[in-house]
Design a protein around this ligand. Structure first.
Ligand code: PMT
Length: 209
């Protein structure tokens, strides 16, 4: 089985030295990549900028912006049996990236932002028969309701719902998996390594001992 995994944040540049990003460490996505390797999968990891060493044996594609991640993911997904998007992709980017460092002027300033591509929604539209699409939903409130909405809107098979306070940057995570057919599987608070293994076991079945 060939599996594509995304991890980490994206960076949306304002000028050559400033960018908009988020607190994703990449740990969840890298743990899923490690767990997939241990199941014998061929693993492609599309990663935003993080301070982690990728597991040995995965093919790594490094990106910075949401646009670069979209390009790499859409290209690679075409040959993958499953895609797990643990990356925290920016929803907005500056309309213009300034060529020169922005100078300070008196008074306030307004930054104009535009929507980035919703990569998972694009994958949901171009999904191959039999391909399994898995998203994560990072929520501060209405966890299950928001996650279910994303599962349906993006045409996913599974979504791993986690609270921002449980998942972002931490070594542990607490995830509730929602399946397309209505299955709800609540996983315990565990290390991201264990959570990643349990996510793959729930979706693809247990590996024979
Ligand atoms: O990196 P860590 O510190 O280990 O933290 C892990 C995590 C909290 C980042 C991870 O578990 C997680 O929840 N990742 C998804 C974060 C997120 O962006 O959630 P969302 O609810 O905004 O997006 C829903 C899904 O759509 C995600 O699978 C996301 O990758 C995808 N998406 C979002 C925006 C966009 N423009 N394109 C996308 O494909």
């Amino acid at each position: 089985m060939k599996i594509l995994i995304t991890a980490g944040p994206t960076r949306e540049y304002i000028d050559p030295v400033r960018f908009i990003t988020n607190r994703s460490s990449g740990k969840m996505g890298y743990a899923v990549a490690q767990a997939a390797l241990e199941r014998g999968c061929e693993v492609v990891l599309v990663t935003g900028p993080v301070a982690l060493t990728p597991p040995e044996g995965v093919r790594v594609i490094r990106v910075e912006s949401a646009a670069q991640m979209a390009e790499a993911v859409k290209r690679e997904a075409a040959t993958c049996d499953a895609v797990v998007m643990a990356a925290a992709v920016a929803d907005y980017r500056p309309v213009k990236i300034l060529e020169h460092k922005l100078k300070k002027t008196p008074g306030d300033m307004t930054l104009h932002l535009e929507r980035t591509e919703d990569i998972l929604a694009s994958l949901g539209e171009m999904k191959k028969p039999g391909q399994v699409l898995v998203g994560f939903a990072a929520e501060t409130d209405d966890l299950l309701e928001n996650a279910k909405h994303k599962l349906e809107r993006k045409n996913l098979d599974w979504i791993a719902a986690n609270r921002v306070c449980d998942g972002f940057g931490a070594d542990t995570n607490k995830v509730i998996l929602l399946g397309r057919e209505g299955r709800i599987v609540e996983l315990p608070l565990e290390s991201k390594a264990v959570v990643a293994k349990m996510i793959l076991e729930t979706i693809f079945g247990r590996q024979p001992e």
